[in-house]
Design a protein around this ligand. Sequence first.
Ligand SMILES: [Zn+2]
Length: 423
Amino acid sequence: MAGAGGENEAIIIHQARWLVPITGPVLAGGAVATRAGRILAVGPAAAVRAQVQAAPAPVRCFDHGDGVILPGLVNTHTHLEFTALAGAIPPQDSLPSWLAAAMAGYGSLAPAALDQGIRQGIRALRRFGTALVAEVSNTGRSLPWLEAGGLAFHYFYECLGFDLLHDGPLATDFPFLADPRLAGLPVSAAAHAPYSVSGPLLRRLAAWNRTRQRPGSVHLAEAPEELRFLRHGDGPLRDLLVQRGRWYEGYTPPGCSPAVFLERLGFWQGPCLAVHGVCLTGEDRQVLARRGVFLALCPRSNQHTGVGWPQVAALYRAGVPLTLGTDSLASTPDFNLFQEIKLLSEICPDLPPAAFLAMATWNGAVALGRQQDFGSISPGRQAALLFLPLPEGAELWSGLLAAGVQGQIYWLTPAGKEMVDGT
Ligand SMILES: [Zn+2]
């Protein structure tokens, strides 16, 4: 229906026992009216009906009963090209081990398998209620599939180059970024990590994004080996750089923690999304909070790569804006963000469920600069709406989490509701 747009296009009202707008109070017996793919009104069901009554258009109502209406989710970190590695990389005891296993696995995949994985991944993201995804790729392979896939996205074209020390134009090293088509697409230049990207290259990436007013991204403080490397310039990550032929003699480690290092380089001066943040120091948390850097938490991936847990309560208290991501299927079993919420609630029982849900919706939309369209049930935004039926007798938050974890996730449509195929 989106974009059909005529004055007489039908108004669709969806109501349920609960409606969670995210940016407003939870509504018991709430309803949302949509038209031509956009949200017209939200509020108590009777008020929404009264509001649209005068419109010269047919009105269709669906009462979905005992369940919860939510905005579509925002998954702020994945790598769709790794979908074909689903289940292939066993849990590891350190990030360097996981990186070695994942790179070997990726190198063994045929192009057709990569493409099939990307397509399956896009379907599975929809299946689990994703309205907007942040995809990270250092090949650009997943971009055409996302453009054709019916899922809103932000594309982080990821650059690596520990030994790229010059200050020339970014496109000389990364010709993908010179494609004129990118001007009309939500594409940023992303840094892989502080241990795989040189200081000059980190500055060039930040400048490219700032000029275009696009968010940057970087894997940050994912593992203790990263802190060791930045402080002393040695350890398993140095070994990995040597093995891959990217190490150079004369490297001087910055001698500080990851977020402080990027602060010194001016990397945080535009909007930015850091990812993981498992090993951030107290000073790092202060830097991220002061700069308004969003941090994407991917706790199931952290579990799989053996790096430990992010300090969620300390991050929250410090005022670091948090979002959620699943990471790729090379380090997590599926794209279900409710599973990430469940794990975070166990790691950090002090935070209310509504805080985790905000991370999976509104915060993610703001981090990607897409809050005009996503992350909240409020007028003007896209009608990307979910319905989750509550188990019998369940209260709102525990029932919502139970339904989400079980994959009881429906999209609301002009014809009612539907579950999308995908695994
Ligand atoms: Zn990642």
